[in-house]
Design a protein around this ligand. Structure first.
Ligand SMILES: [Zn+2]
Ligand SMILES: [Zn+2]
Length: 181
């Protein structure tokens, strides 16, 4: 599986949680068999709640064999080098799921509102807190509370730690990028 291992999207897949990947369920082929792709580590049997990143594809197959005996798998239980076709199919699989992931992330970013700013460029705390409350989030946020800075929540002083800054796109960040370019 040399080619799969080197694939960037496969490496990203390994770094992400099952719930964040939103993986497609294993699909039955025309002969009633299911295929685990080369390198796969998460169980994709429909509705399986197991979200472990298995230490190897072989261990994933063992899990399926044991927990989902009704699911018949193609291929060897262990060993056996994947064919080029299998590797190509797997790479397409990782590329597809990571593309879907990136699309979802991009969409998330689009819906984030701009951080409200005052004319002097500092954050408009009153407006920001109003927006946060409208999102049904508490003020202060957990982090500011834990840091014993409840009053600083939504202040520029804590913008690198305060959770509420994640709920907005900071227009100042974009300007900074422009300056550097
Ligand atoms: Zn499972
Ligand atoms: Zn905060």
């Amino acid at each position: 599986m040399a080619k799969v291992k080197k694939n960037l999207n496969f490496q990203r897949y390994l770094d992400l949680k099952k719930e964040d990947l939103d993986l497609p369920s294993l699909e039955e082929d025309t002969k009633g068999y299911y295929t685990v792709e080369v390198g796969e580590r998460y169980c994709r049997v429909e509705d399986c709640v197991n979200d472990t990143l298995f230490t190897s594809t072989n261990n994933l197959r063992k899990h399926i064999l044991k927990q989902h005996p009704e699911v018949l798998l193609t291929g060897e239980e262990s060993g056996g080098r994947p064919t080029q076709t299998e590797e190509a199919r797997a790479i397409k699989f990782y590329n597809d799921i990571m593309k879907a992931y990136d699309d979802r992330e991009a969409e998330k970013e689009e819906v984030l509102p701009d951080l409200p700013l005052k004319n002097d460029g500092s954050v408009n705390i009153t407006k920001m807190r109003r927006a946060i409350r409208a999102m049904k989030l508490p003020v202060p946020c957990e982090v500011c509370k834990d840091n014993d800075q409840p009053k600083l929540c939504c202040h520029d002083d804590v913008k690198d730690t305060c959770e509420h800054f994640d709920m907005f796109v900071d227009p100042r960040d974009q300007e900074d990028d422009g300056d550097e370019a």
